[in-house]
Design a protein. Sequence first.
Length: 171
Amino acid sequence: MTTHELLEREALIDAALSAHVALLTGEGRAAHRRDTTYPDRFATLRGLLLFRMAELRAAQEAREAVEARYLAGHTALFPDAVEAWDAQVKSTETIADVACRLADLDGVPPSEPPDPEAASARVTELVADLVEPAKTTALEKLGEGERAQSIATAWLRPKLQLSVAFTDLAT
């Protein structure tokens, strides 16, 4: 279920970012390039696309880690979901590649290289997002509600603190 929701969201994000690339680089491109904000806007767009690729890679790595640990290496996805996942990754990679190449051609300053530690931390977070709710549900069904609650609380607490931090930044 998580993968299907992610794929639906990614398809919408791809459509929006692809349209944005088309608007920046399509008809009237010369006029866009004369705009002093163009390099910053294009760099931001390229950054968003690279971030999406990192998220997809982290999600795939997290799923594979969970499959290896809890499913003896068997895929958790049905064949149609595997095919949809591969198509989504290819689509996002293509859009990101086009944006990066066009940004290079337009003289947009290069992006910062990804932080491997941040990528690893994100994979760990996504593994917990897959495993902890399943543990909680299983424990509740086994009549271990108190233990389930403590696992759920430990999993959710950092997310709630992060949410509060973002809210504080917005105000």
